[in-house]
Ligand binder design. Structure first.
Ligand SMILES: Cc1ncc(COP(=O)(O)O)c(C=O)c1O
Length: 376
């Protein structure tokens, strides 16, 4: 029996042709396609006075976003503990310290009511992450950030294509970050991007992604390079390469299909699982979101048994995430009350969600979940 995976990329002849054409051009590093991908992203997001920088991964994007803010050693960044390891690692790689905040039980995103008590003299930024098919309370968080003069780094790895109060995610944040890794809503195989508001940050990011070389993008985006350049700041090999960017452009052209199919799949999950008393579902109607994944919450004592039952029925599941404060590397990090995080981390299950997923598969997953609870 084939197992239904949690993630499955949508790869068709468009992507394969795009990458093949890119390989045939023979300029495999950062070049024309990267410039085109940045433009395509900017157009898709409806950006006016903001700039897109394509990068090698979402983690690289977070790392550079923090460096671009020019914080001092050991400055603190508040992040939900319920977040991807990439965020915690980016914070410490930049010389800063994570401060772990709790999440709201409904959205599973950072709880604005628990942020203020964590703000101290060294606090410089808040990382706000949209979880799966939920969008964080950006309005409240922006108010807090403004009041305390903090930067906001919006981790939108899960919310590419979604909107918040009618505005496209990526078009309103202080700094927004996207990931296009193999499992994301759209993928570049690996890739990431930042959206920033100033030319100063744009130029700093362009240098930092090229190991500090101040190569002009005008020539790089014509598949050319300069042989002399200055290096004035620390940098990393974090640029995006042409074949990855061409893959991203091909994926971006499918956003309508990706959006409608992921929404219908989530609506189906919610419709079929809605009557089960033992299962807590996301409380969204999926109207403004392009869901990255669908989750359910079950009693912690049932979680592993249910996952095993599903796996035996040919359905893989995941759980996102182990909270940051559970990792030994961060055991000494400052943190507030994390009771909701601890509870959710023991209850959460990620169900399979793919673009173009057959609804019959969803019906089967839901039936197996119902069978599990009905046989108890
Ligand atoms: C919320 C979140 N932030 C950051 C990342 C890191 O992105 P990447 O895998 O592109 O480095 C991920 C990846 O899964 C993520 O889920």
């Amino acid at each position: 029996m084939d197992t239904t995976p949690v993630f499955k990329p949508l790869i068709g002849s468009d992507e394969i042709d795009a990458v093949r054409r890119s390989l045939e051009v023979g300029w495999l590093g950062m070049g024309k396609s990267v410039g085109e991908f940045e433009e395509a992203l900017s157009e898709f997001l409806g950006l006016k006075d903001r700039f897109v920088v394509a990068l090698s991964t979402g983690h690289a994007a977070l790392h550079l976003a923090i460096l671009a803010c020019n914080f001092d050693q050991d400055d603190e960044i508040i992040t939900p503990s319920f977040n991807n390891v990439a965020d915690f690692q980016a914070i410490i790689a930049s010389g800063c310290q994570p401060v772990f905040c709790d999440i709201e039980e409904q959205s599973l995103c950072i709880d604005p009511n628990k942020i203020e008590r964590l703000i101290g003299p060294k606090t410089k930024a808040i990382i706000v992450m949209d979880y799966f098919c939920n969008i964080a309370n950006h309005q409240e968080i922006d108010k807090i950030a403004k009041h305390y003069n903090l930067r906001v780094i919006h981790d939108a790895a899960h919310s590419f294509g979604s909107s918040y109060n009618g505005r496209k995610i990526g078009s309103f944040s202080d700094i927004a970050m996207f990931s296009f890794d193999p499992v994301k809503t759209i993928t570049c195989i690996d890739g990431g991007a930042l959206v920033v508001q100033t030319e100063e940050e744009l130029n700093a990011l362009r240098e930092m992604r090229l190991i500090g070389m101040n190569q002009s993008v005008n020539s790089m985006y014509q598949n050319k390079r300069a042989w002399s350049y200055d290096v004035s700041k620390v940098g990393f090999r974090y640029h995006m390469s042409n074949p990855h960017a061409s893959m991203g452009i091909a994926q971006l052209s499918k956003m309508d299909f990706i959006t409608s199919s992921r929404r219908s799949s989530c609506e189906r999950y919610s419709e079929l699982l809605g009557d089960l008393d033992s299962v807590v579902l996301p409380r969204t109607e999926f109207k403004e979101v392009v869901p990255f994944l669908y989750y359910i919450r079950v009693d912690a004592k049932d979680r592993d048994e249910l996952r095993t039952h599903l796996l035996e029925s040919g359905i893989d599941t995941g759980f996102h995430w182990q909270p940051g404060h559970h990792f030994s590397l961060f055991s000494g990090s400052r943190a507030g009350d994390l009771s909701v995080t601890d509870k959710i981390a023991s209850e959460i299950i990620s169900l399979p969600l793919h673009s173009g997923m057959d609804l019959v598969t969803i019906d089967y997953v839901c039936k197996k979940i119902s069978d599990f609870f009905n046989s108890k």
